[in-house]
Write a protein that binds this ligand. Structure first.
Ligand code: SF4
Length: 282
């Protein structure tokens, strides 16, 4: 049985960078606390916990002498300042793609312009971005919500990094009708999710079974499963190699593997090893 990996899989740039920054702090002997879970992967969180990393929910939970980590989603400037006042050291692991959105919002707000961000208002990334333009930013999920906005002054329109392009473009178009000047539209969508889906789609038609490694509640892993199922009936979303059922692989000659953007390489390697063992035993 051949095991084939999709061309793009696993950690995105921002998540890999955040995990590496935490590993670097641990190597230097720091006591590390992350504000919110560093990554949406239970197994990787457990591995980091075994190395002493703990998750806190509020800056007030910071103990004396610890290193606080801002995760890839970023935080508001107020939260960052609070962390800096309480922790020994703050590691800012905000993904540079998110930092770009924050800076754009901050600049537009400083110029007295309105900021429209297309995304989920409850998502931590959006809460962080709004903090950079607290008095003149609006978060809309899609074009239909633009109708509820007040008149907008020379607006900047940006996006949450993980939304669909069509949702962003439709909302940006709707903003024009509310604006007193041509809006500045900046597409700040990150390609990581789409790249993984495109690579899975390219492979799904060539294999008899497909394993998607990722959290059962991770939206990007669930979407990867749906993409694989379009062309490969035997597609399975698993969190660990223990969930592979050898009987599902009877008569399979080619099996595909991909993983969500929060799935660490060590877990992917374990799955590939298990699949090869099953293949060798057939
Ligand atoms: S999905 Fe994109 S924006 Fe989000 S952390 Fe990963 S690389 Fe950064």
């Amino acid at each position: 049985m051949q095991v084939l990996l999709a061309e793009e899989f696993g950690f995105c740039f921002g998540v890999e960078r955040a995990v590496e920054m935490v590993e670097g702090a641990l190597t230097e002997g720091a006591t590390v606390r992350t504000l919110g879970p560093l990554i949406h992967n239970t197994q990787e969180i457990e591995r980091l916990e075994a190395e002493g990393v703990r998750t806190i929910n509020q800056p007030v939970e910071i103990e004396r002498g610890v290193t606080a980590v801002i995760r890839a989603h970023g935080v508001t400037p107020d939260v960052q300042r609070e962390l800096e006042s309480r922790a020994d050291k703050v590691i800012d692991a905000t993904c540079p793609f998110v930092t770009k959105v924050q800076k754009l919002a901050e600049r537009a707000a400083a110029e007295g312009r309105d900021v429209v961000v297309v995304g989920n208002p409850d998502h931590p990334e959006m809460i962080g971005v709004r903090g950079y333009a607290p008095n003149n930013s609006h978060v809309v999920r899609d074009a239909s919500e633009v109708a509820n906005l007040p008149a907008l002054h020379a607006p900047l329109v940006v996006s949450q990094t993980t939304i669909k392009l069509s949702t962003f473009l439709e909302a940006a178009e709707a903003v024009r009708a509310k604006a007193d000047a041509e809006p500045q539209i900046v597409n700040t969508i990150c390609s990581a999710t789409r790249d993984r889906q495109d690579a899975a789609r390219a492979l799904a038609g060539q294999v008899d079974a497909f394993y998607i490694i990722g959290g059962r509640h991770s939206s990007n892993s669930i979407k990867l499963l749906a993409v694989c199922e379009e062309q490969c009936e035997k597609s399975f979303l698993i969190e660990t190699p223990d969930e592979i059922n050898a009987t599902d692989l009877r008569g399979v000659s080619r099996v595909g593997v991909t993983a969500g953007a929060s799935t660490p390489n060590w877990l992917i390697e374990q799955v590939v090893t298990r699949l090869r063992e099953i293949g060798a035993a057939e």
